[in-house]
Design a protein around this ligand. Structure first.
Ligand SMILES: [Zn+2]
Length: 310
């Protein structure tokens, strides 16, 4: 075999390997995913709330999966919101924006990146919004801003707490300044909750980044970080290049933010989020107390939390 034949054969092997590599669709439709110990059945992971039993990695879940886990299937009602003009700039990059939107709707089954619902926690009314990272990276545009404001209005109407579950790459560049304006709109919405003395709680899941961290995710009364979640504004490489220094391993995680900046109040595993929300809401709204006599010694903390929310 001369060297030309060898190169041709090697090329054919590479071609076959590329062809045989699973596509994103294949991975999504497969019964298997992977974690620290290699392949793991998705149904095994699901039984553990999509958290790896070996390394405690919290795998991504969609808003629908999260609502089903937290509140139970059929125990939450979707809040519909308006449909602003989707593509005022008629944006096109490698693909038309309208095509990206069509694909995102098909993949997620959502009209926009945010899913909001009315439900109860510990028998207390709440309005909850969650961002779907699979919808154009959980980016925020006019429809998402509209969804948040509709959910906030509902919380004010029901005189209940508002919970925002974040997972986003930031504002959506395809709608330019109109996306950036949503940071202000959402902040104004949260201020309306404040005027009505209603608690606002954020659950930062992975990844919470960009304009979302710079607006609605950072202005809560209580901010819960889901174990191991990314919490950042600019990307790690940008910060590294600016600082010209080695950053710590856990930089831009909720654990790091809790320790260094105080932006995160507590870190919780997925399974502990719902019961903790029940306790927090009982304290903040003075309803359906779940505080036992042994926990009365934490009354001082409760008073300070109530003060924070008022
Ligand atoms: Zn693992």
């Amino acid at each position: 075999m001369n060297w030309i034949t060898k190169i041709i054969k090697a090329g054919e092997k590479i071609k076959t390997a590329i062809k045989e590599r699973a596509s994103k669709e294949d991975i999504a439709n497969s019964d298997w995913t992977s974690c620290c110990k290699g392949p793991i059945l998705k149904k095994d992971l699901e039984q553990n709330l999509f958290v790896c039993p070996d390394c405690n990695k919290h795998h991504y879940i969609s808003p629908t999966q999260r609502f089903d886990i937290m509140f139970g299937k059929g125990n939450w009602n979707k809040i519909e919101s308006g449909h602003p003009p989707p593509d005022p700039y008629e944006w096109k990059d490698t693909k038309k924006y309208t095509d990206r939107l069509r694909d995102a709707k098909k993949i997620t089954g959502q009209d926009n990146a945010i899913l909001s619902c009315e439900t109860k926690i510990n028998d207390i009314d709440v309005v909850v919004s969650a961002v779907n990272f699979k919808f154009i990276g959980g980016s925020i545009s006019m429809a998402e801003g509209e969804n948040v404001l509709t959910a906030v209005d509902k919380a004010i109407e029901k005189k209940c707490a508002y919970i925002f579950i974040s997972a986003s790459g930031g504002m959506r560049m395809m709608t330019n300044i109109l996306s950036l304006m949503q940071m202000t709109r959402m902040t104004v919405g949260i201020n309306e909750l404040r005027k009505n003395n209603l608690p606002y709680i954020v659950i930062a899941t992975s990844p919470t980044t960009g304009g979302l961290t710079a607006s609605i995710a950072s202005i809560s009364d209580v901010c819960i970080g889901e174990t191991g979640a990314t919490w950042a504004f600019a990307g790690r490489r940008i910060v590294e290049n600016t600082e010209k220094s080695q950053l710590p391993e856990n930089f831009q995680t909720v654990e790091w933010a809790k320790e260094k900046s105080g932006q995160i109040d507590m870190i919780l595993d997925r399974k502990d989020i719902h019961p903790t929300l029940g306790t927090l809401l009982s304290i903040l709204l003075k309803k359906n107390s779940v505080i036992t006599s042994e926990q009365n010694e934490t009354a001082e903390d409760s008073q300070s939390l109530t003060k924070v929310a008022s």
